[in-house]
Structure formats: structure tokens, C-alpha cells
Ligand binder design. Structure first.
Ligand SMILES: Nc1ncnc2c1ncn2[C@@H]1O[C@H](COP(=O)(O)OP(=O)(O)OP(=O)(O)O)[C@@H](O)[C@H]1O
Ligand SMILES: [Mg+2]
Length: 234
């Protein structure tokens, strides 16, 4: 569904992604792991059209999307949930979700999108009149994912959705991500915390210094995962 071949991305003259290739099959959760500063966010933002690819090809549903504008890519059903969540803290939960749904064609499809998001995240319904800025970290992450779901995406890019959250909240959000996958949405999930993300992955890549240094299914990993990941500082 998504394929990246030999991607190179620069910040000015400084290379951040140095010949990265990866694939995501429809209906999968693919996890992209890597330590701090290895280029995970850069990959996602390039897929979304926020950063230009200096070299390489990104195809989505058999169409090259490298040179498309970010809004065009969202209209194709590919939505990024950014690492800093990018919520509007002074707007209500409802209004944040509403803004995620602006591409909905009519009030019926908009209201169905709200119902679906509230079903995934009942707490957001409870808090719908509260300002986004007053939510807990976990609730804000739920709102960021919920807002992405408001446009009925086919494919979601998740940038460290569980970092900095309490273990119970991590478990809750991870399970919801799995449910979202089971309902047919394809997911590219970026994390630093290897163990949690790997347990949900259909396939995984490890990134180091802007390149893929390992790929495989969860079953291909050695028994001692901790030591295995430690060599990549994750
Ligand atoms: N706006 C920018 N300008 C210049 N360099 C940048 C910029 N954003 C990122 N970089 C650099 O590009 C490299 C990759 O950064 P990126 O944010 O993609 O890493 P990351 O894997 O997402 O890290 P983290 O786990 O901390 O979120 C790093 O060396 C970083 O310093
Ligand atoms: Mg990042």
C-alpha cells in the first residue's frame, strides 16, 4: 500500500535520511523503531508532504506521492498524527475533532465520524466540552488519534503515540491502535520504546542514522529481545 525506495531527505545541506527503503502492506501495523534523532519523524513528515524528498520514490496505492502537497495527501486518506500532537489547546475536545472532520461531505458522515471516534475513545465524549489543553497526556494522545480518524483515513502515521505515558495508558492506547488496524486501517507506527510497539507489530524496521539497519517479522526476533534492541540503543 505504501512503498518507499531509496529515500534521501536533507535539512539544508545536512542529510537526515540516507537511502531508506520500506514497505507497508494493506491492513498491517508496521513499526519503525529507532533511538533519538535517527530520522523517524523526518520519514513520516516526508511521506505526508511536509518535507521534500531530495531523492527516492514514495508510492501510495500505486501512485507516486513525492511531489504532492500535504493537503492532497490527506485527501487520499493518508493522515499523520504528529509527535507533539498539534492540538488546539484553547479549543474544546469537540472543536478539535470537528476540525479533523472538515473533509467530511455532509452532516450525516460527520456525525458518523464523531460516533466512531467516541466509540474508540469514550473518555473524549465525556470530555467533549473541555478544552484540549486541560486533558491528561494520555487523553491528549487519544484526541490526536481521534482527530486523525475524523477524516476516515485508510492509512495513519503515528509518531510515538505512547512516549511519556503511564504503563496502563500505554497499554490502553496500544490496544485501541490494534483495534483500529483490525477494522481495516493501515498503520505505520514510529516508536523509541521497542518492547511495547513490537508486541503489536506485523512487521518491523529499525532505523539508525537515517537508514534501515534491520527488518523482519516479530517471529524473526531472537528470544532475548532486550539484548537485541540494546545494540541499536532502543
Ligand atoms: N528542523 C530541523 N532542522 C535541522 N535538523 C533537523 C530538524 N529536524 C530534525 N533534524 C535533525 O534530523 C535528524 C533526524 O531527526 P528526527 O526528528 O527525524 O529524528 P527522530 O528519530 O524523530 O528523533 P526523536 O526520537 O527524538 O523524535 C536529527 O539529527 C535531527 O537533529
Ligand atoms: Mg521524532
Amino acid at each position: 500500500m505504501l512503498s518507499i525506495e531509496n529515500l534521501h531527505v536533507f535539512y539544508g545541506k545536512v542529510p537526515a535520511i540516507k537511502g531508506l527503503s520500506l514497505k507497508v502492506e494493506r491492513g498491517q501495523i508496521v513499526t519503525l523503531l529507532g533511538a533519538n534523532g535517527t530520522g523517524k519523524t523526518t520519514v513520516l513528515s516526508t511521506i505526508s508532504g511536509f518535507l521534500p524528498a531530495a531523492k527516492g520514490i514514495i508510492t501510495y496505492n500505486n501512485q507516486t506521492i513525492n511531489h504532492l502537497r500535504a493537503d492532497k495527501i490527506v485527501r487520499m486518506g493518508l493522515v499523520q498524527v504528529s509527535q507533539n500532537r498539534d492540538l488546539f489547546p484553547d479549543l474544546s475536545v469537540y472543536d478539535n475533532l470537528f476540525l479533523g472532520g472538515i473533509l467530511q461531505k455532509n452532516s450525516k458522515s460527520l456525525s458518523e465520524a464523531f460516533d466512531r471516534v467516541y466509540e474508540y475513545f469514550p473518555i473524549l465524549k465525556k470530555r467533549k466540552r473541555q478544552n484540549a489543553g486541560s486533558l491528561s497526556g494520555g487523553e491528549q494522545q487519544m484526541l490526536a488519534i481521534g482527530r486523525a480518524l475524523m477524516s476516515d483515513p485508510e492509512f495513519i502515521l503515528l509518531d510515538e503515540p505512547t512516549t511519556g505515558l503511564a504503563p496502563l495508558v500505554v497499554k490502553n492506547i496500544s490496544e485501541i491502535i490494534k483495534t483500529i488496524r483490525d477494522e481495516g486501517i493501515t498503520i505505520l507506527w514510529v516508536e523509541q520504546n521497542a518492547v511495547g510497539a513490537v508486541s503489536m507489530a506485523d512487521y518491523l524496521y529499525i532505523l539508525r542514522d537515517g537508514k534501515v539497519v534491520y527488518e523482519g517479522g516479530p517471529g524473526d526476533l531472537p528470544a532475548n529481545k532486550k539484548d537485541f534492541f540494546r545494540q541499536y540503543y532502543i
